[in-house]
Design a protein around this ligand. Structure first.
Ligand SMILES: [Zn+2]
Length: 269
């Protein structure tokens, strides 16, 4: 039975490798996605519901208004870049750590601890743009696909190296069915972070925000994260990232100019 399931999983993985290739909007990086839109949307909805059930959600106030208006201003540009209308839904969570997350289908979480770091305008738009970028670049789905391949490899190894011990095989096979929802909330890779930085600044520029706020806000996050390892793991900030942010800034400023936005005042504050 395990062999049969394994064979099916191999066939499905092979099909993904044949048919699952697509490019990321704006960066044109090729990646393979083995999760269909409906499955990833329902995983995203379930994970979002779980977070909302566990966390204290802020329903109104200045912060909620600011977050919602930024999402509303960035969302049309994200949809246009992605060629798809996402169902954007944002929750402000009463959490002291400066963090945010993005799920497939356009569900976003912004923790109140971010606001003293970002302010309520361009800095916040930088973080929200970055989260929208994760969604339209389909980073959660790409990560799920990579996890499926990893699990398949581990299962193959278990078949060949476990001496056929049924208990071991059953345990590993059981683990194959777990983790999708857990995995969807795990931190992104450096590649994904860097790509979200770049696309996020483009979205900011198209919506006439000041993209110069992005390197500044990530620098402040980095400074803050020195004493808080959890943030470091979610949004790694280092010298390389700062250099990349500066190079993406030039691109974003050009996009902003082409979008016909009003000129920016002097250096951003
Ligand atoms: Zn990120």
């Amino acid at each position: 039975m395990y062999i049969f399931s394994f064979a099916l999983a191999v066939l499905s993985a092979a099909w993904t490798l044949v048919s699952g290739w697509e490019t990321v909007p704006h960066t044109d990086r090729w990646h393979v996605i083995g999760v269909d839109a409906e499955t990833s949307a329902s995983l995203g909805e379930r994970a979002f519901d779980e977070v909302l059930a566990q966390e204290s959600v802020v329903d109104d106030g200045v912060a909620v208004d600011a977050v919602r208006s930024i999402v509303a201003r960035l969302a049309p540009h994200a949809n246009k870049l992605a060629g798809r209308d996402y169902h954007w839904d944002v929750a402000v969570l009463d959490e002291p750590s400066p963090n945010a997350f993005a799920l497939p289908n356009g569900n976003l979480g912004i923790q109140t601890g971010l606001l003293p770091v970002t302010g309520l305008e361009d800095g916040l738009a930088a973080v929200i743009g970055h989260e929208l970028a994760h969604v339209i670049a389909r980073h959660p789905e790409e990560r799920l696909t990579q996890q499926e391949f990893t699990r398949l490899g581990q299962f193959a190894a278990s078949l060949f190296f476990s001496d056929g011990d049924p208990a071991t095989q059953a345990a590993i096979f059981g683990a194959l069915g777990l983790g999708a929802e857990y995995g969807i909330l795990r931190p992104f890779s450096r590649t994904h972070e860097s790509e979200a930085d770049r696309i996020g600044m483009i979205l900011m520029a198209q919506a006439c925000y000041d993209p110069r706020a992005a390197p500044e806000v990530w620098q402040r996050m980095a400074a803050l994260s020195r004493g808080l390892p959890a943030i470091l793991s979610t949004h790694p900030a280092n010298e390389t990232r700062m250099v990349q942010l500066s190079s993406h800034l030039a691109e974003a400023m050009t996009v902003r100019e082409q979008a016909g936005c009003p000129p920016l005042p002097g250096p951003s504050s």
